[in-house]
Write a protein of this length. Structure first.
Length: 427
């Protein structure tokens, strides 16, 4: 479980398995308690989107733990059996468009979460709700708590892309607690650290500035399982170039939105077919090569128990040039709301300081997307007086990096059960 930071070693030649997309988060069905029931609940959000929630319970629970990821749906989440055993119900909130970055904006995702929270309080009869965020579900939960605690008129009125959020019209019950499990800093902050700055032309991902490539042996790259070794000078240039690439994509997204807004304005003054098309056009763009955080390949950077590789595994060619990857297909609105570190509202840094409810943070010590300095930042950012941090061996989703070690998912379930009991949330 908890360990001293200076006692951690690297993963001894291990190579990462794929954990992106909530891979590896499924439960062991044999651990579900007897008498567990599942009911499915179609809901409508405050902005009239259709979402679905899945309620697991044994009967008599007054507290429900609610899990949601903004763009993934894992109904058979590994913590469900342990939470039910702890005497609480479990709600898995489905997003409006799972697996689809094109429609996702975090300002809409918290409306999805709000629909579930309202149902659980007003119709299902629970007296207490606890938000549980895994990976990208962590920043989402914290963003929700921040906005729910505000007076409706003080909530964010427009998304980073300029769309009215409707948050001021939504009923957003304030949760009683938050559980963060392998939470990262936010999608934008995550991408800022793993986007490949060696891309020369966004329209031609095959062209590379080799002086900025983390995969160039001349810059210190080594194939697995050997660790790469980058110089401080290279890393400084690399990080600045990452910021510059994100800023360029921000500018591109805003230019597309500006063109659309100008066409709408002209259309009102003097209708034309050309402007009607521009006003209706919703451009989609691709963002290639988004899996290149040097810390995933140079294990001397922020040493931990992690294996060589990223959330997508150790084959960086597939993860960077294949069709599936972080932020691969975006609209201007979804890029700015989700993936831009400069524009996104849904980050730990912007939201966690406003938390007031009890918070449990579980950090997996072999996580290859939440590094030691980031875990420190997340915990120190939490504004709640009642905050607890526990370190458990495991990869991003708690599976053992060292196969001789116990399954961290089981330990995480035990830690959460104890935390719930200690604060009177169980039963």
């Amino acid at each position: 479980m908890s360990g001293q930071r200076d006692g951690l070693a690297n993963a001894g030649g291990n190579v990462a398995v794929t954990t992106a997309g909530l891979r590896g988060t499924q439960w062991d069905a044999s651990r579900l308690p007897a008498g567990t029931t599942l009911t499915v609940h179609p809901l409508v959000t405050a902005d009239n989107a259709d979402v679905t929630g899945y309620l697991f319970r044994r009967g008599g629970e007054r507290t429900v733990v609610c899990a949601m990821h903004p763009r993934e749906l894992s109904t058979t989440q590994y913590l469900v059996p342990d939470l039910l055993d702890a005497g609480v119900a479990v709600w898995i909130q489905g997003p409006r468009s799972p697996g689809n970055d094109i429609r996702l904006e975090h300002e809409g995702a918290i409306l999805d979460l709000a629909a579930g929270q309202r149902f659980l309080r007003e119709e299902a009869g629970f007296s207490r709700t606890i938000l549980q965020g895994t990976s990208g579900g962590g920043p989402l939960a914290v963003f929700y708590c921040q906005q729910a605690a505000r007076a409706p008129e003080a909530r964010i009125a427009r998304s980073p892309g300029g769309k009215p959020t409707g948050l001021e019209k939504a009923t957003m019950p304030v949760p009683d607690g938050v559980i963060l499990v392998s939470s990262h800093l936010g999608q934008g902050e995550l991408l800022l650290r793993c986007i490949d700055p060696a891309v020369v032309d966004e329209n031609d991902p095959l062209v590379t500035d080799e002086s900025l490539s983390a995969f160039n042996p001349a810059n210190g790259f080594a194939e697995p399982p050997r660790s790469s070794s980058y110089t401080p000078e290279f890393l400084e240039r690399y990080r600045e170039a990452q910021k510059a690439r994100v800023a360029r994509i921000d500018n591109h997204a805003r230019a597309l939105l500006k063109r659309k807004a100008e066409a709408r304005a002209r259309l009102k003054a003097s209708p034309s077919r050309e402007d009607a098309i521009l006003a209706a056009h919703s451009p989609i763009f691709t963002v290639w090569r988004t899996d290149a955080d040097p810390r995933c390949f140079d294990l001397s950077l922020e040493p931990s128990e992690r294996a060589y590789g990223t959330l997508w595994g150790a084959n960086q060619i597939v993860s960077n040039f294949g069709s599936v990857g972080f932020a691969r297909v975006c609209t201007p609105e979804s890029w700015l709301s989700n993936w831009s570190a400069n524009a996104s509202n849904a980050s730990i840094g912007k939201c966690a300081g406003d938390l007031t409810q009890p918070v449990l943070m579980i950090e997996y010590t072999g996580d290859n997307s939440v590094f030691p300095s980031e875990a420190d930042f997340i915990f120190e950012s939490i504004g709640s007086q009642d905050r607890e941090r526990v370190r458990i061996h495991g990869n991003h989703h708690g599976r053992p990096v060292d196969k001789s070690r116990p399954n961290g998912q089981i330990e995480a379930g035990r830690v959460i059960a104890d935390w719930l009991a200690a604060r009177g949330f169980s039963g």
